[in-house]
Design a protein around this ligand. Structure first.
Ligand code: RRO
Length: 309
C-alpha cells in the first residue's frame, strides 16, 4: 500500500497531518506532533509579537463539533523560528502558519520565515474568524488578491493559503480567479465557519466567553462544507494548485471522502484536539483498511474521482 503524497514539492509519508490551531502552539505541543504519526508538523498561526489571545473559556466541545474563539494565542514568529530545529524529524516536513494582525505584518512574517531553512512551507492564514473588530480577509476578494500577491513576492518557500468556507458559487469563482493568477502552491480549506453560537440551555449561557459567545465551528458538523469547498475548488483551480482538505475528519473513511472529493492531503483539527497525537496512527490504519477493502493501492487511484448520483 502506497500512501505517500507530494505536497508543494515536499514528500509526505501519508496524507494526514494536524490542522493549525489545536495543540500546536507550545514547544511541547510541537514535539508531541514531531513524535507522532502525523506526516508533517504545522504550527499555530503566528503573529509578529507573542499574543495571549482572548479571555477564557474560549474553546468548548459540543455534540457534533467544537466552538472556539482563541484569538490567535501564539509565541510570536521569532520564537517559532528558534524552536523549529528542535522539532525536526527525518522525513517529516515542518510547515508554519502565518496570521499577521495587518497587511504589513503578514508580509513581514512571510519575509522572516523565508530566511529560515528549517521549514518547508508557509500556510498564509486569510481566515481567522475570532479577532475582535477585524473582518476575515478571505471574504474580501480585493484585499485577498493584494495580500496573496505581496506575500508570494517575498516568499522563498512553497506558499499555501488557508481559506474560510465559501457557500455561494459566485464566491468560489471570485476566489478561484484570484488563486489561478497567484504564485501559490496549494490552498487549505476550510477554516472554521465563523461566528457560530452554541448555548447551554440548562445554564442559559453561551459555551465560550469572547465576542459574547460567537466563535468558529469545527468537527463533524462542518464536514459537508469542507468537502464541498475541496470539491468546488478542485473543479475551478488550475491542476498545478494542490488542495489540503480540513473539516470534521474523525475516521479513515472521512479521509477517504476528502481525497475522493479532490484533496491531495488532509488536516485534522477538532478530533486531534479531543484525542491527542495518537489519533494519527488510527487514521492511517483506518484509511489503509478502507483502501484495502476497496482494492485501491495508492491515493491517485481514487483522488478526485467522486461520482455524481
Ligand atoms: O486563534 C483563533 O481564534 C483561530 C484562528 Br487564528 C483560526 O484561523 N481559526 C480558528 O478557528 N481560530
Amino acid at each position: 500500500m502506497n500512501l505517500s503524497v507530494e505536497l508543494a514539492g515536499v514528500i509526505l509519508k501519508h496524507p494526514i497531518y494536524n490542522a493549525s490551531g489545536p495543540l500546536c502552539t507550545t514547544p511541547q505541543d510541537l514535539e508531541g506532533l514531531a513524535n507522532s504519526q502525523s506526516s508533517a508538523v504545522l504550527t499555530k498561526s503566528c503573529t509578529i509579537l507573542p499574543r495571549e489571545g482572548n479571555p477564557t473559556p474560549r474553546y468548548a466541545d459540543f455534540e457534533g463539533g467544537s466552538i472556539n474563539s482563541m484569538g490567535l494565542p501564539n509565541l510570536g514568529v521569532d520564537t517559532y523560528l528558534k524552536i523549529l530545529p528542535s522539532i525536526k524529524v527525518p522525513g517529516k516536513p515542518v510547515f508554519v502558519s502565518s496570521s499577521g494582525m495587518s497587511f504589513e505584518d503578514q508580509v513581514e512574517i512571510v519575509t522572516r520565515l523565508s530566511m529560515s531553512a528549517e521549514l518547508q512551507a508557509i500556510e498564509l492564514n486569510l481566515s481567522c474568524p475570532n479577532l475582535v473588530g477585524k473582518p476575515q480577509i478571505g471574504y474580501d476578494f480585493d484585499q485577498s488578491q493584494k495580500l496573496i500577491h505581496a506575500a508570494s513576492k517575498v516568499c522563498k518557500h512553497p506558499l499555501g493559503v488557508k481559506l474560510p468556507p465559501y457557500f455561494d458559487f459566485s464566491h468560489f469563482q471570485s476566489m478561484a480567479d484570484i488563486l489561478n493568477e497567484a504564485d501559490i502552491q496549494y490552498i487549505t480549506c476550510i477554516n472554521s465557519p465563523g461566528n457560530g453560537l452554541v448555548i447551554d440551555a440548562e445554564t442559559e449561557t453561551t459555551l465560550i466567553r469572547p465576542k459574547n459567545g460567537f466563535g468558529g465551528i469545527g468537527g463533524p458538523i462542518i464536514k459537508p462544507f469542507g468537502l464541498s469547498n475541496v470539491c468546488k475548488f478542485r473543479e475551478l483551480l488550475d491542476p498545478g494548485i494542490q488542495i489540503v482538505g480540513v473539516g470534521g475528519i474523525e475516521t479513515g473513511m472521512d479521509v477517504f471522502e476528502y481525497i475522493l472529493a479532490g484533496a491531495d492531503a488532509v488536516q485534522v483539527g477538532t478530533a486531534y484536539m479531543q484525542q491527542g497525537p495518537e489519533i494519527f496512527e488510527r487514521l492511517v490504519r483506518e484509511l489503509t483498511q478502507v483502501m484495502t477493502r476497496k482494492g485501491y493501492a495508492s491515493l491517485s487511484q481514487f483522488r478526485g474521482k467522486l461520482k455524481v448520483a
